[in-house]
Design a protein around this ligand. Structure first.
Ligand SMILES: CC(C)(COP(=O)(O)OP(=O)(O)OC[C@H]1O[C@@H](n2cnc3c(N)ncnc32)[C@H](O)[C@@H]1OP(=O)(O)O)[C@@H](O)C(=O)NCCC(=O)NCCS
Length: 238
């Protein structure tokens, strides 16, 4: 998908398997005319991170994965911000949410951190991803939005997926329009996700956020999440 978007070959590689030599993989991809490798590595694996650095990989972001740790049956006790009701999206909300994403995600994440990538195309990733989560169940099972007088002003998509071969409930992506920041809207959306997972007998896990996204880290901490893992995203141009 990234290769088509940016117009050259991009590989997403997991280097965590000790059986594979990172240097050999990089040489192989170079031979196959890939121009960019993107990888995520757990922060505990310093030897691998240092090896990748020596091969020319550069840090593009740091993320932590939050797990909900309050008991399942207390999930529904979380309060919602009643000024901005939250419910599952309607088809008419899709394009307004794509526009919202185009504003909220400008400059966000490892694509934008890489100055060699076209900024307009980076933004298209988040807009397309938003359209996909809103319209395609392969991307998200449910998308909740918060509304101000019927207009969607924030959203959060959730889905079930596998983590280490175990099914988990998790978030996919979310954002709140900047003019509404700091009003607890993201927390209302997250609380709805906690309830959605609880109704399935699950808890939200591995909710990835950037370590430097301070408002969102505050929101997760306030709602009873704790950090379960952390990772670093690196890019290598060939
Ligand atoms: C991050 C984002 C989702 C937050 O939405 P929001 O509705 O403003 O969040 P909330 O108001 O529910 O919670 C934010 C909390 O962080 C606090 N906060 C704000 N700035 C902060 C900072 N610099 N450091 C620490 N906490 C901060 C707020 O005061 C609030 O806490 P409070 O309820 O105790 O006052 C929104 O800014 C956004 O969409 N950003 C761009 C896209 C993004 O980051 N998406 C999430 C990743 S997928």
């Amino acid at each position: 998908m990234d290769s088509r978007r940016f117009g050259f070959k991009i590989a997403k590689v997991d280097f965590s398997d000790d059986a594979n030599d990172p240097g050999e993989i990089v040489s192989f991809l170079k031979e196959k005319e890939f121009r960019l490798i993107i990888t995520k590595t757990i922060c505990e694996d310093i030897p691998l991170i240092n090896r990748l650095e020596k091969l020319g990989f550069e840090t593009m972001d740091f993320q932590v994965g939050y797990d909900y740790y309050v008991k399942k049956d207390t999930g529904s006790a979380i309060k919602f911000n009643s000024d901005f009701p939250v419910h599952a999206i309607d088809p008419a909300d899709v394009e307004p949410l794509v526009i919202l994403a185009g504003q909220a995600f400008d400059g966000f994440g490892h694509y934008f951190a890489d100055k060699r990538l076209d900024r307009k195309l980076c933004l298209e990733i988040y807009k397309d991803w938003t359209r996909n989560v809103c319209t395609n169940k392969d991307f998200a099972e449910i998308v909740y939005a918060a509304y101000d007088e019927g207009r969607p002003i924030g959203y959060f998509a959730f889905t079930e997926r596998l983590l280490n071969k175990v099914p988990i409930a998790s978030g996919v992506m979310g954002a709140v329009a900047s003019s509404y920041n700091g009003k607890g809207i993201f927390q209302s959306l997250l609380a709805r996700g906690v309830e959605w997972a609880a109704a399935k007998g699950m808890v939200l896990k591995d909710m990835k956020v950037h370590t430097t996204n301070y408002p969102i880290n505050t929101a997760f901490s306030k709602l009873g999440f704790r950090i379960g893992n952390s990772c670093i995203t690196m890019h290598c141009w060939l």
